[in-house]
Design a protein around this ligand. Structure first.
Ligand code: FNR
Length: 349
């Protein structure tokens, strides 16, 4: 079994067709932000405490009333069947076993209802949506998420247009292989092809008001980086924030997410999550120190899925759990809640 997420990526790279690996690993333009997300974690250094008498660590946290077993959730990523024939169903089973949240992508290759069934009653399932220009379509998607028992709705707001993904253009990757569909879009528009998901450039806070009024589910905005937007979001009834730059796939040279999270956590009192570049337990501890309730992982889940299917996702999550536990012990913390801001320093070398 691989010893690290990096080793899972190497395995996945060996197994996947080149165009699929590139689709997953790649980002926008020069991929400056893809690299920055990881590099920014490495630049931060931990300043541990000692002799605090902490025999055991409790990694659990609460999100919208659900207790989850560690401060790591599965960020939404498209097209899991490209990684494994079982696709999102395998991912859901692994997330349920790990006792954490899966945020299912609107661009899943299984429907939200089928993902919920695969995960079973134990899975805290959230649904990620892009607001569509046809309100009827957005409403149907929201109802399907509610009917599937989703616990929150994540609205991605960093994509008024598609980022320029040069690897995909070079590889000619614009459609799913024949027979696979965005199942959540089936019978809403066309045949559920990738291009049926619309990026809507005129989205504004009015759309968020509409969405918040449409559902009792907590609405989480994904892709907020500016603290002023975070404050505005809460004013509009948003109940949580996922600080994200889409894994560097949208606006290249956007700020690394770990550099954005502290300023946002300081100005809102809703749960703040952050994703982008989390590859080690120490990264998670740094995010917690900056005020995040939890982190999201995108590519690591895909690497696990591509390398070893459902078991691979389980192994990636359990690797992270063990690393977080060890990082907490080594920094003198007994729980996620004990991780204080002064555990992190900027690199001075
Ligand atoms: C994504 N991401 C994404 N986000 C979203 O809101 N809806 C989506 O359908 C997708 N699809 C998607 C596909 C692939 C292949 C990747 C790599 C990413 C972004 C994702 O939710 C998350 O923000 C990043 O992946 C986090 O960065 P890391 O963990 O991959 O570094």
């Amino acid at each position: 079994m691989p010893f690290s997420i990096r080793e899972f990526e190497a395995l996945a790279r060996d197994r996947l067709p080149r165009y699929v690996y590139d689709f997953m690993a790649g980002g926008a333009d020069d991929e400056v932000t893809v690299r920055a997300n990881e590099n920014a974690f490495a630049r931060l250094r931990l300043l541990p405490r000692v002799l605090r008498g902490r025999p055991k660590r409790d990694l659990g946290i609460t999100l919208f009333g659900d207790e989850i077993t560690m401060p790591v959730v599965l960020s939404p990523t498209a097209f899991h069947r490209l990684a494994d024939p079982e696709g999102e169903l395998a991912t859901a089973r692994a997330a349920a076993r790990a006792g954490t949240v899966m945020i299912a992508s609107m661009a899943s290759t299984a429907s939200i209802g089928d993902i919920a069934k695969a995960g079973g009653a134990d899975l805290a399932l959230w649904f990620q949506a892009y607001i569509q220009s046809d309100t009827g379509i957005t409403r149907t998607l929201v109802r399907r998420a509610e009917d599937a028992g989703c616990r929150a709705l994540v609205v991605t707001v960093d994509s008024p247009v598609f980022g320029w993904r040069e690897r995909d253009h070079r590889n000619g990757f614009h459609h799913l292989p024949v027979g696979w569909h965005c199942e959540n879009m089936r019978d809403l528009t066309g045949d559920g092809g990738v291009l049926d998901i619309e990026m809507v450039a005129d989205l504004s806070w009015d759309h968020i008001d509409q969405l918040v009024a449409m559902t009792d589910l907590p609405v989480v905005l994904k892709g907020v980086l500016h603290p002023d937007d975070a404050v505005t979001a809460v004013d509009h009834g948003v109940r949580g924030l996922l600080v994200s730059n889409h894994g560097g796939r949208q606006l290249d040279t956007a700020i690394a997410t770990i550099d954005a999270v502290a300023d946002i956590a300081a100005v809102v009192d809703v749960p703040v999550l952050v994703d982008g570049g989390v590859r080690r337990g120490t990264d998670v501890v740094k995010a917690l120190a900056f005020g995040a309730r939890a982190v999201g992982v995108g590519r690591p889940v895909l690497w696990g899925l591509a390398a070893r299917g459902e078991d691979g996702v389980t192994e990636v999550l359990e690797l992270l759990r063990a690393e977080i536990d060890r990082a907490l012990a080594l920094t003198g913390c007994a729980s996620a809640h004990e991780v204080a801001r002064d555990l992190v320093r900027e690199d001075r070398c």
